[in-house]
Design a protein around this ligand. Structure first.
Ligand SMILES: Nc1ncnc2c1ncn2[C@@H]1O[C@H](COP(=O)(O)OP(=O)(O)OP(=O)(O)O)[C@@H](O)[C@H]1O
Length: 498
């Protein structure tokens, strides 16, 4: 007997003696209360107690014996050479994984960056090209027009045929040369709309044109129905203009006209539903969600693309005439669309300016003095909207006085910046956007930029914002990778120490 002692395992005390020995192993015999075991003891020391410590019965294969538990500390311990190899495999896999993550991140950001850039490029190209070119379709006679309109609208509601409907008489009465093709828009029956609006109870808002209702169609489609107020002086005319224009204008930054209803003495326009309501509501209603700087910049860009389509894409060009934050509607992802173009909204705001189209606070002073409305008058109104985005001050609350004061110094806009944006945006970008808006508000129309120039200038700011976001995200990824590398080398050196 070379060695005789007692060993403890899980509270049990065993008597031991060396059973036999070979080059690097010793076999022990263990017994306790009549239980006899033959165990294998390796020559490696236990990490905790510095003593030998593996056991198993001899019915198992030697390889399994090597993976047995330490007799003393009961920790799992493996052959040192195997452990070393295993560690190398773990480190190799970890390094491979880290490299894989790095390469995947670089590819991901590359693709993300490329897509963002090409999207922006596409936006700028798109805004200069009409999605659907507007044709005048040979507007010779009213009969020609009626025929063209009748063939181009789809009729919904079984009881309404073009021949027998009272609509036809209204239509014939109003359809003069001013109508072009109302291509592809649908005609709804009064009953359909009444049902979809739960008997006109789902009010979304009230404009000078009339009330606007939310309509849920049997298909589940959600629409906005603008009902022309019966006492409106301009109603019939606006209605014709709207259908005539909107039926042919399609752009992703315009609120599309999807249909109309002329039935039972009612005139209605049916638009795509804009779930986030108007920009004005978001800027001036504290209960609405705060618009971030990134969102405001995107909204400015969306508006400029919408107007760019009207001014430079449409043939003949369309002047909005009533650009204002209440006419900018937001979809579910806070992307903006220009609404109400073609509605020649007349607002009598004092006896001298009676008859002017537009809304007080947004009207180009040149138009007031000359009574001539040009695309540059829309540019002026857009300048006001941009300052609304920057300041969240309504034009009826002396916005222009603040703007004129701010215009006296290059950083004057800092003073009138919306308080909710302070510290939440890049002030250089704000100043650049304010500079564009100042140009739009130039006293002389010829000094104001075209909408194409405005779009390009806003796009540049957006591009810089994206560059900043990109480099911030890139350095975040790099520092994450560096952290991982530090952690890996710490793990490797700990293993080497063992
Ligand atoms: N397509 C739509 N989707 C969702 N809500 C809409 C839609 N169109 C209008 N609204 C809601 O109805 C309200 C009234 O719209 P409307 O365009 O008739 O008037 P306005 O633009 O606010 O004012 P005005 O008629 O004086 O220009 C809007 O403020 C908006 O909240």
């Amino acid at each position: 007997m070379l060695l005789r002692s007692s060993l403890k395992n899980q509270g049990q005390t065993y008597q031991t003696c060396v059973f036999c020995t070979d080059s690097d192993r010793q076999f022990y015999k263990l017994w306790r209360e009549g239980t006899h075991l033959i165990v294998l003891v390796k020559r490696y020391s236990c990490r905790k107690y510095g003593a030998v410590g593996y056991f198993h019965d001899l019915h198992h294969e030697p390889a399994e014996l090597l993976n047995s538990r330490c007799f003393h500390c009961l920790s799992f311990k493996r052959d040192r050479r195997m452990a070393h190899k295993g560690d190398l495999v773990v480190i190799g896999i970890s390094v491979g994984l880290a490299l894989g993550i790095l390469i995947a991140s670089l590819i991901f950001f590359g693709i993300w960056w490329y897509k963002k850039r090409s999207n922006l490029q596409q936006c700028s190209n798109e805004s200069t090209l009409p999605t659907v070119p507007i044709r005048m379709n040979g507007l010779g006679t009213s009969n020609d027009f009626s025929a063209s309109l009748a063939s181009s609208v789809t009729i919904r509601g079984s009881e309404h045929s073009q021949k027998s409907s009272p609509v036809s008489s209204w239509w014939n009465h109003h359809s003069k040369d001013q109508f072009a093709s109302a291509s592809g828009i649908l005609r709804y029956s009064y009953k359909d709309i009444q049902k979809a609006t739960q008997k006109f109870t789902t009010v979304l808002g009230q404009g000078s044109f009339g009330p606007v209702y939310k309509a849920v169609m049997p298909t589940g489609e959600v629409l906005a129905v603008k009902v022309l107020a019966s006492n409106s002086k301009q109603g019939g005319k606006e209605f014709q203009t709207e259908i005539s224009l909107l039926g042919r204008l399609h752009h992703r930054n315009l609120v599309n006209l999807l249909g109309y209803c002329v039935d039972k003495g009612s005139h209605m326009l049916i638009y795509q539903f804009m779930s986030n309501g108007s920009l004005a509501n978001h800027l001036y209603n504290d209960e609405e969600r705060f618009l971030s700087w990134e969102e405001r910049l995107q909204i400015a860009l969306d508006i400029s693309h919408g107007i760019e389509y009207l001014h430079e894409g449409a043939v003949p060009p369309v002047i909005h005439r009533d650009l204002k934050s209440a006419n900018i509607l937001l979809d579910q992802s806070m992307r903006a669309k220009v609404a109400d173009f073609g509605l020649s909204n007349e607002e009598v705001f004092d006896e001298h300016t009676s008859g002017l189209k537009g809304t007080y606070g947004y009207i180009d002073p040149v138009y007031v003095s000359t009574n001539k409305f040009t695309t540059k008058s829309d540019i002026y109104s857009f300048g006001v909207v941009i300052f609304e985005l920057i300041t969240a001050i309504h034009p009826h609350q002396n916005l222009m006085e603040y703007v004129n004061l701010a215009g006296m110094s290059p950083d004057g806009v800092d003073e009138i910046l919306d308080k909710k944006l302070v510290g939440e945006c890049n002030i250089e970008e704000v100043r650049d956007l304010a500079a564009i808006a100042h140009k739009c508000l130039q006293k002389f129309q010829r000094k104001r930029p075209s909408i194409g120039e405005v779009s390009q200038a806003i796009l540049k700011i957006k591009q810089r914002l994206l560059d900043r976001e990109m480099s911030r995200e890139f350095s975040r990824v790099l520092s994450r990778i560096e952290d991982q590398q530090v952690e890996l080398s710490r793990m490797a050196s700990r293993k080497d120490g063992d």
